[in-house]
Ligand binder design. Structure first.
Ligand code: HH2
Length: 288
């Protein structure tokens, strides 16, 4: 298991669970769309997440919401994301900034503006220039499993599997191989099973249950289960904002199975829950 995740101009120790706080600068994200759409509101929200204990801020300008995600033109995505990355880089120089995008042009501009990580929910499938940009700029990279395009990757359109775990892991492995083949350094890569992306609830549960298989590859594991549909199904919480407690359960279970980075909306309570889980693990290791 890796002990450090190398990023552009930074490194993140992995000796405790890391919280990646979600900063959606979108009008239409499934759980907080429109709330932080203007850059000032997004920066204020990001500052709040840092105060609550976020280790990474994940800034995204394009939603993949299950129903009706609309691809955003590159100019519009840049207009949403860049002012936020620029402001955070200058006003919060200690913050680790991630840009959530599938577009190489957005990734490159965000990295120039100060981002340290590129989080690509397509696993670098949708823009052939992405691997080159990431290799050249030396950013940290989240390679996530998904199928399809922006408008249907979070739906069930591609959620057909003969053997879910084998196919999902094979497809993700292949994306990691492509990234490394293009020159992205191994110690800059983190992997993510893509909870809810081309996955029915039973697939998301299985991916979480078998996370140790992914952790065994030796890359840091990122998990983003926060407020997703399977949590709504399990808890009866129909509105995404009501899914905080179920999401914390998923984050702790994922941490217990090898996830090191938890991508969440509700940073403060997740931070507390993970700190307790980490202390229990440490006490167990000390007595072993
Ligand atoms: N999930 C979403 C977006 N980005 N990145 C990673 N690495 N892992 C995830 O599971 C993940 C992600 C979807 O959630 P959200 O940003 O809240 O919604 P939307 O796509 O509607 O903006």
């Amino acid at each position: 298991m890796s002990t450090v995740w190398q990023l552009r101009a930074r490194s993140l120790p992995l000796d405790r669970p890391l919280v990646m706080g979600i900063v959606n600068v979108t009008p239409d994200s499934f759980s907080d769309g429109g709330q932080f759409h203007d850059p000032e509101a997004a920066v204020a929200h990001a500052r709040g997440l840092l105060a609550e204990g976020a280790d990474i801020l994940d800034v995204g300008g394009e939603s993949t919401r299950p129903q009706s995600a609309r691809p955003v033109p590159v100019d519009e995505e840049l207009r949403r994301v860049l002012p936020v990355v620029q402001a955070l880089a200058s006003e919060c120089p200690e913050a680790v900034i991630s840009v959530d995008t599938v577009k190489a042009a957005v990734a490159e501009a965000a990295v120039e503006a100060g981002a340290h990580i590129v989080n690509d929910v397509s696993g670098m499938r949708l823009d052939s220039a992405m691997t080159e940009v990431c290799a050249r700029t030396g950013v940290g990279v989240v390679v996530m499993h998904s199928r399809g395009g922006v408008s249907d990757m979070a739906s069930y359109a591609h959620a057909e599997y003969a053997d879910f775990l084998d196919e999902m892991f094979d497809e993700l492995r292949e994306r990691v191989r492509v990234a490394e083949g293009a020159g992205v350094r191994r110690d800059h890569i983190a992997v993510d099973p893509g909870i809810g992306f081309s996955k029915r609830p039973e697939h998301s549960l299985l991916a979480l249950a078998c996370l140790e298989r992914l952790a065994a590859w030796g890359y840091p594991v990122v998990v983003g289960a926060s407020r997703k549909r399977f949590i709504g199904q399990l808890t009866g919480a129909t509105e995404p904002q009501q899914r905080r407690d179920g999401s914390i359960g998923a984050a702790v279970a994922a941490y217990d199975r090898g996830a090191q980075v938890l991508r969440v909306h509700d940073v403060g309570p997740t931070r507390h829950a993970l700190d307790v889980a980490a202390a229990i693990r440490a006490a167990g290791s000390a007595s072993a």
